[in-house]
Each structure stands twice: as structure tokens, then as C-alpha cells.
Ligand binder design. Sequence first.
Ligand SMILES: Nc1ncnc2c1ncn2[C@@H]1O[C@H](COP(=O)(O)OP(=O)(O)OP(=O)(O)O)[C@@H](O)[C@H]1O
Length: 607
Amino acid sequence: MWIGEALVDSPRGAWLGIALSWARTAFLSLAAVGIGATVDALIGATAGAGSAGLPGTAGWGTPSLITALAVVLGAVCGGFAEAVPGRVQGAEERHWRQRVLRRAILGLRSGGKPAGTRVGHPTGRPGGPTGEGALVDAATTGVEKTANYRAGFLGPTLASFTSPLVVLIVWAIFIDVRSALLLAGFVALVPVVIVLVGKWLRKPNHEYRRKETAAANQYLEMLEGLGTTKVLGAAPAARDRFAESARAAMRELGTLLGRNQLMIIVNDGVFGLLMTGAAIVLVLTALAGGQLSAGAAFAGVLLTVLLNEPIDRLGRTFYVGLAGRARRDQLEELIGAEQDAPETQPSFGRDRPASPPALELRDLSVSIRGGTILDRVSLRIPSGSRVALVGPSGAGKTTLLRAIAGLTETTPGANTTGEILADGEPTTPAALRNLVSIVAQHPGILSTTIADNLRLVAPDASDEQLRGALDRAHLLDEVDAMPNQLDEPVGDRGAFLSGGQRRRLAIARAFLRERPIVLLDEPTADLDRRTEALVRESLEEVTEGRTVVQIAHRLDTTADADLIVVVSAGRIAATGTPEELRASRGYYAEAFRNDAFRASNTGEDRR
Ligand SMILES: Nc1ncnc2c1ncn2[C@@H]1O[C@H](COP(=O)(O)OP(=O)(O)OP(=O)(O)O)[C@@H](O)[C@H]1O
């Protein structure tokens, strides 16, 4: 419920806006009382002024002066209160966009897809909410609507729902306590109705957002795959599929808008009319009974306008709130239950990392949407060791590497049991993410400049520090030869760079991150010999003194490993040194022989 979120998790700065709104309402309420007092003074309502009339009615000068002052102060506070959400929204957008980006960059999937996207996987529906289109949608519209919801809806709505209490306090002090209590009953009903209506609208709202995102996602992917679709003659089918999902989204929107409209009519009727009617009847009765002066009654009528603010706001912003809330939920799901770990300050490649902790996986199981991917894996990774994960395709190597990287929870539908210990202490996914650097076969490269890609992990690094990291990754000479050097655009996801350059850029990032554990997901695959040698050289440097866990498809890359871990059907089938496993019968020995056989037969030279 948004009220809970507004109370405990409002964006930073939102409370200033709420306090300013309360101040605005207090001043405007006092202005209403001042107007009443002025009226009393003007019509010379001295009868009963002492008991039921408003204070300060001896002359009209003072109350009208106070009124003017209260109006000005109310307007100033209101103006500042209006300005707060704009400032908060900027910060919120930055925060959410960074989380989405980090989520995209952390993706270790093949093809550089963001984590959670399975290309060609039976459960990875193209166009589903975990596709790349969804990520683009999340980083743009999703972030904008979420920030708008958190900055422009949560605080202001909480303010307008609590402001009537301020009005009622003024009412009780200056007009009449009994009627203030009666009206408080109406005001207290408003949140109850909001909760009920919110529940009623939640399902169609979520359904609509899901279908809207799926349609947007499909559209983006249709554009991206336009060439292939045309070549395959599949354009009409793709178009029909998109049209159908757009129609489904529109149908849900119709249901949602219908319910929303009904809610506005009911609210306006029940609260707008009933509460205003009750307030007016109360003040007029008191006026007729002589308990209130004409000025006090007039002030009561004016205060009723302020009491109606939550209803007005509800009509105007409920839909925005629903949309934002659904978008926020979608983002949370996409990003995963990621806790922003307090990152230790990167040392920008100057220092050696702290000694790597020894890791221990205990009975670690991972299931994704009910399917078991890793099954009670237990493994010790000593500090500073080099571990190679080998095994047939689909065995679970990447899933294991992602678990060690603390990334499993960012995969939608994933569930983990068991634990990972660091130096004997239980650890959390966020703490694990803080311990590792990843260099993947298809590193996540932003479509911006070399410097931006490096500053992603070290926002405060100087140009010199970036150049130092590039130098250690053996990429500096090539960057220096580019027309704009550090500011050279790298093209769409690094399209202007070669495969080897992209990987060395990722290694430079790992230098800047300076984490004690380096995870390698086949970073030397598919490179020609010369480039492979360059990447290897950089890797040797970045892995020095660190624990290394690498996925290896080519077994010749495992020769210097301290420990080989054979993964098969989600379990650990064997562990040992390369020599031990080569000497025994099993996957490693057989695959090694096959590799050697292939190399000798093809005279493999990938130049
Ligand atoms: N996000 C996901 N959703 C559904 N299933 C998944 C997901 N990620 C992995 N899997 C499944 O888990 C199993 C193990 O996959 P994983 O990528 O870990 O294997 P791998 O050993 O790294 O394979 P490869 O060597 O081909 O990369 C596969 O059956 C895969 O389809």
C-alpha cells in the first residue's frame, strides 16, 4: 500500500515537501479564520463574539492584516512544496536508472544479454517481460514513471491526506470542537476507501501494465530483428503478433479506465458531496442556534474547501499513482531484490586488493521457475586459488558462477537455498557482488564513450586513473590512436570495437574495480591467436593475487588451474587437479582427449 511506502520509504527530501504542505494548509486555514474574524468585525457582530465568535473582532484592521500575512506565507510554503517533487524526481531518476544499468551490465548471459534473458530458451518468451526490449522500456519509461510516482505522488499525496488534520485542529481551536470531531470521522474514512479501491483496481492495473510492456517489448524486438524477419519472410506473422498484444493491452486499459472512472464518481459523490454537505449543515445549524458568529460560520465554509483537498487530489492523481506503482513493481522485479550494498571505495587500480576471502558453498541449490538448475552443490574455493568450471553445455556452470557473483537473485523467478560463506562467515548476495569483478565473453558495453564505460565502476576516477587501467589492460595504445581517445564513442554496445578490445575494456573495468575475486566467463573464446594472447596477458595481470573462478569450454585454458570442478546436470560430478582428472576416467579426461584429437586433426590455428 502506498501509504506504508510513503511513511517508511519516501524518497529523501520528500518529508520537506510534506512539512511545507502542512505549513501551507495551516497558514491558509488561519487565513480562513482571519477572513471570518474580519467579517465579524465588519458587520459589527459583537453579540456572542466573546463566547462563540472569532478572536480579534474588535476591529477589522488586525484580522485582515493577519489574513493577508497568512495568505502570503501559505502561498510561499505552497510554492516551495510544489518545487520539492521536481528536485526529488531528478535524484530518483538517477538512482533508478543506475540500478537498471547495473542490472544490465551485471548480465552474464551469452550474447551479452542481460541476466534473466534466455535467448532461444524454452521458458524465455521473446517479447516477455524479461527481454531486452523490457530493459530498454524499464530504463526509459519505467524509470521516469517510477521516479514520478515516488517523487510526485507519494509525498504530495501523503501531505494532502494528512493536511485535513491540520484544518481540523484549526477548526477545533477557532470554531467548534464537536463539529471538528464529527468531520474527523469523514476524513478518517478516506484512507479506508483508498485501500479498498486500490485493491479493486490493482489486478486490472497490473494486467494492463504487463501487457503494455509486453507489447512495447515486442515492438522494439521487431524493429531490432527487422532484417532477419524480412529475410525469413516472417514480417506479416511478426506484425500480427505485435498487433494482437497491443489489442490485448488496450482491452485491459479499457477495463482499468472504466473502474477508475467509477471510483472517481463514487468518491466525489460520497466524500465531496457528503462531507461538504455535512460541514455546511453543521456550521449553519450552529449559526442558527447562536453558537457561532456569522464570521465563524463563514470561516467554516472556507475551511471545508481545504478539507476537500484529498478527494480532489485523489481524482487527479490516483491513476498516476497506480501507473507509477505498477511500474515500480516491474522495475523491482526486473532488478531483483537487489540491496544496494555499501560499496567499498574502488582504489582505481593503484593498490593490490585485500587478501581474497576463502569461499565455501554449502548445499547450494538454485531453481528457476520451479526447475532445479543447481542441486545441493558444496564446494570449497581456497583464498587465491584458480578454479575452472567445466562440463557439458547446460550443466549449470554459468548458474554456478552467477551464484558466486551474488547475481542469482537478479534472475526473475529464481529461488536459492543453501549458503555461501566467505572466510567461514555467512554472506549475502550484495556482499558477494561487492567482492567480485566479472570479465565475460560478451561484456556489457554501454553505447557511449570509452571513459563512460570505465567510469561506470569508478565514477570519480580521473582521466589519468582511467588511462592507467587501460594501460594495464594493454588497451591504452589503441585508445590513444583513436581520434577522441578516452572520449571516443564505442558505438552501439561497443560495435566500433573489436571483440578483443571489448574484452580488454572489461578487464580495464576490473582493474578499476579492484575486487579480490575475479570471475571469468570464457573471455578468450572466439578470438584469433594474436588477440587471444593480448587478452590473456591482461587477464594474467588482473587475476594476479586474486581468487579466480573461470568457466572453461576449451580445456587447454585449464592447464594451470589449482582445481577443476566438473559440473554435470546441476551437480558437481568430480573435482581435482588437471593431472588427477586427466588420469581418471570421466568427463574431463574424455573431453581433454577429444580437444587434443580435434586440435591435432584440424591443425587448429584460429588466426
Ligand atoms: N534464466 C533462466 N531461466 C530458465 N532456465 C534457465 C535460466 N538460466 C539457466 N537456465 C537453465 O539452466 C540450465 C543450466 O544453464 P547454464 O547456463 O548455467 O549452463 P552452462 O553449463 O553454463 O551451459 P553453457 O555451457 O551452454 O553456457 C540450462 O538447462 C538452462 O536452460
